[in-house]
Design a protein around this ligand. Structure first.
Ligand code: SF4
Ligand code: SF4
Length: 386
């Protein structure tokens, strides 16, 4: 068990019990600001360096021109503390680093279940929020709160670190010694002083257990880590396959491999995920058809089928056009020349983005086929000479 620096109060114990009842695996609390939380200053440098790419929501600014995410009190002036919860979504699905048939694609672990985690977690988080308000209300204490799952102007990972949920790994994920990193984070911003939860002002920071390991950095196909703990999100496969609209830059396409939605490599190689427990929450049970899905089948999905099959799923975020674009890139990287007829169909698509990526994939497969043919010819010629 991790070391606790402060003594947790009855209020914390109340919240912890309610969060556990609601299905959260871990709960912690952090002050809204603290001199030790220097990550907020670094956020502006990170965003100014362009590492957020086209993710405009990360770059929203306040009226005074500062990034909203660089200070919670700027966005929510009454904020005094942040309750952070973690929900395990791990499944027994194979890792992306395990071998899989070249005719299949890869969908990120968090997107394997049909239900959007935002809905599932927000329902549970709002239950905890209401119980907290009611509990304090019974004591005549008025409290302001706001619950968020990804959608607020909150750097969840920073608060998770200072709430003792885990350390920020070199892969920039929060890692918990027992859970690994396969969990979602949610927060309740409150007007309650931190000292109401933890006596003393010492923060409950989990020790960094990455040590000399660099597996995640070494394994990243796009070299998206500009330094340990620092990710250029605009170079990450998850960004290209989920957030990036329209064209994926050509030099990156080969590096994407057969990822059609997200990337888990830097978590799959992490030793702390080797024994990560599997979630018992039925909301996160994977849809088996999304584990190593057949690329030919994905390429046939019509806009209507995409809408009905992925309604409520995180995959809907890629939209039909982005999804087919990703499938075309994956087919181009599959080395399977049997996809050429299907790619030729996609290359005639009215969707110019899909058509352009399909043409790229055709070209890539043909070049591979030609070079294989050339190698075979060379071998035959050498055999004839010997
Ligand atoms: S998710 Fe994939 S592409 Fe992104 S940083 Fe991790 S290994 Fe690299
Ligand atoms: S792979 Fe190694 S360096 Fe990367 S987050 Fe895991 S323990 Fe840390």
């Amino acid at each position: 068990m991790r070391q606790l620096n402060g003594v947790r109060t009855l209020l914390f114990q109340f919240i912890e019990a309610r969060a556990n009842e609601a299905g959260f695996s871990r709960v912690g609390v952090a002050p809204a600001s603290h001199p030790e939380m220097r990550e907020f200053e670094r956020f502006a440098d990170w965003a100014d360096a362009g590492y957020a790419g086209e993710m405009e929501y990360l770059k929203r600014r306040s009226d005074s021109g500062e990034y909203k995410r660089s200070s919670l009190e700027l966005a929510i002036p009454w904020a005094k503390s942040v309750i952070v919860v973690a929900m395990n979504y791990n499944s027994a699905a194979p890792k992306s680093t395990a071998s899989s048939p070249s005719t299949t694609g890869w969908i990120s672990r968090y997107a394997l279940s049909p239900r959007d985690y935002h809905d599932s977690m927000l329902d549970a988080l709002r239950r905890v929020e209401s119980q907290l308000i009611e509990h304090l209300g019974e004591q005549g204490i008025e409290t302001k709160t706001r619950a968020y799952v990804d959608t607020g102007p909150v750097l969840e990972r920073v608060y998770a670190k200072y709430a003792g949920i885990g350390w920020v790994g070199k892969n920039t994920c929060i890692i918990n010694q027992e859970l690994g990193s396969w969990f979602f984070l949610g927060v309740i911003v409150t007007s309650i002083e931190y000292s109401e939860f933890v006596s003393g002002q010492k923060l409950e920071i989990a020790p960094d257990r990455c040590g000399s390991c660099t597996r995640c950095i070494d394994a990243c196909p796009t070299g998206a880590f500009v330094a340990p703990h620092q990710l250029d999100a605009s170079s990450c496969i998850a960004y290209f396959t989920i957030e990036k609209r329209a064209t994926i830059p050509e030099p990156v396409r080969e590096k994407i491999g057969r990822h059609v939605f997200g990337c888990d490599i830097c978590q799959d190689v992490c030793p702390w995920n080797r024994k990560a427990p599997v979630s018992v929450n039925p909301d996160f049970a994977p849809d088996d058809s999304l584990i190593n899905p057949d690329l030919a089948e994905l390429a046939r999905i019509s806009p209507q089928e995409f809408r009905s099959r992925f309604r409520g799923s995180p995959i809907a975020r890629a939209k039909h056009s982005g999804f087919l674009r990703n499938v075309a890139v994956a087919m181009g990287n599959s080395g399977c020349a049997e996809y050429l007829p299907q790619l030729e169909d996609l290359a005639r698509s009215e969707d110019l983005v899909v058509a352009e990526h399909a043409k790229w994939a055709i070209e890539r497969l043909r070049q591979q086929k030609d070079s294989e043919g050339a190698t075979e010819t060379q071998v035959t010629f050498q055999q004839a000479q010997s």
